[in-house]
Ligand binder design. Structure first.
Ligand SMILES: [Zn+2]
Length: 73
């Protein structure tokens, strides 16, 4: 009929690897955006929002949001 579904163990393992890899790349991408030129021209917008809430994470320059989406694919 169709492809077999992965086991719960396979799903949990893949999600675990995904979260680690995704967090790793987000950390280094964010860190790279703190270079002088990137911070002054692009990343500064992201740090204008000082409250540590979820809505602040995507508050960024359009170029930063676009670059994050491109690098994730
Ligand atoms: Zn930053």
């Amino acid at each position: 009929m169709g492809l077999p579904m992965p086991s719960a163990w396979e799903v949990a393992a893949q999600l675990g690897v995904y979260f680690v890899v995704e967090d790793y790349f987000n950390y280094w991408l964010h860190r790279a955006l703190h270079c002088r030129w990137c911070y002054e021209h692009v990343h500064r917008v992201h740090h204008e929002f000082t409250a540590p809430i979820g809505f602040a994470a995507p508050y960024a320059h359009w170029a930063e949001i676009t670059s994050h989406d491109i690098f994730k694919f």
